[in-house]
Every structure is written in structure tokens, then in C-alpha cells.
Design a protein around this ligand. Sequence first.
Ligand SMILES: Nc1nc2c(c(=O)[nH]1)N[C@H]1C(S)=C(S)[C@@H](COP(=O)(O)O)O[C@H]1N2
Ligand SMILES: [Mo]
Length: 194
Amino acid sequence: MSDGGHHALPPGQRLANGWPELHYGPVPADRAQRWNFTVTGATQDGQDHELDRAAFDALPRVSVRGDLHCVTRWTVPSNTWTGVSTRYVLDLFPPASGAEFAMVWAEYGYSANLRLSDLASPRTVLATHHDGEPLTREHGWPVRLVVPHLYAYKGAKWVRGIEYLSEPGRGFWEQRGYHATGDAWREERWSYQE
Ligand SMILES: Nc1nc2c(c(=O)[nH]1)N[C@H]1C(S)=C(S)[C@@H](COP(=O)(O)O)O[C@H]1N2
Ligand SMILES: [Mo]
């Protein structure tokens, strides 16, 4: 086998050749010191929160093994993602009790809506490293979201923050015909399936 062993793929997916680079628009310029990460919207204390690069890098780190499933049907198997657990960020800056949804925001206004339960998964990570190496700019440096059980359009590259929402929203691809939840194992590709 080309992947050197058994690897279960979600329905309708096939193994990619290497690691494709896919995104809408250009790769953002290096923001270096201006980068920050914000937690806004329906927070428990009603305040916006912000971490600069040093504060983000000081958060505890986890490593998670997970596939990357593009809704266009390719899968990059068996990646090790290292970064900050979104569950840790949810604990650090809790959402208001009525908030069950979130919008994850990235450079140039790219967005992906997620259920807070998906962000609370122990396998969801704000990744800075892939297989032990810092992310390349093309793949989302300095930080990208990885949600292994969802299609990769949920995994915003060049991520800048989380906005808690009391009502479900629709992100960039979710407004353009892709499924609001996007569970790859349930093959939730298209909004008409909702
Ligand atoms: N900011 C941003 N993040 C994004 C996208 C995008 O267009 N912009 N595309 C998503 C989609 S559809 C996929 S399949 C993955 C691809 O990640 P890769 O280029 O690292 O393989 O990035 C996701 N994250
Ligand atoms: Mo994708």
C-alpha cells in the first residue's frame, strides 16, 4: 500500500500525493511582531481578551496525531500537530453559558464556524508545528487550527482569534455551499445535507 499500512479513510476520500497547498487568496505577509490572538464575542466576563505572540507561545503545548481531510476529497494521513489545545483556551477565557458556537477568524477575514463542542475536543489544536517542524507560511505559519474529525476548511490557516457566538454563524466556505458542521466521518460536505 502506498501509505505503508492500514489507514482508514472517511467515505469518499482518497490519499493525497504529498501535502497539497490549498487556500483562497494569497499567503499573508509576515506580520512578525504585530501578530496577536484574540478571544471575543460572548465571553463569560463580557470582555475581549488578547494574547501577543510571547503570551501565546508561553501557553502549554500538546501534540496530536490527525489526518487532514479536504472536502475536495484528498486526505493527508498521519500528521503530528503540535501547538495549543483549543480546550485550554476555552478554559483560560471561558464562553458565556449561553454560547455554544464560535467563529474562528484568520488573516484577510477568512472564517470558519464551529460548534464549541468541536473546539472543546482534546484533539483540536492551534498548531504551530507539523511533524516537529515549524509550519511553513503556505501551511499557515505562525498558527493554524486543526480539527482532525472535520473537513479541513474548518482548519483556518493564519488564525487570529476565536469569537464566541450565542447563535450559529456561517464562515467563508460555509456561506459558499459547504456544510455548517463538516464532519468528515459523516460525509457532511454540502450545505444541502443540513
Ligand atoms: N485562511 C485560510 N485557511 C484555510 C483555507 C483558506 O482558504 N484560508 N482553506 C482551507 C482548506 S479548504 C483546506 S483543504 C486547508 C488546506 O491546508 P493546507 O494548504 O495546509 O493543505 O486549509 C484550510 N484553511
Ligand atoms: Mo479544502
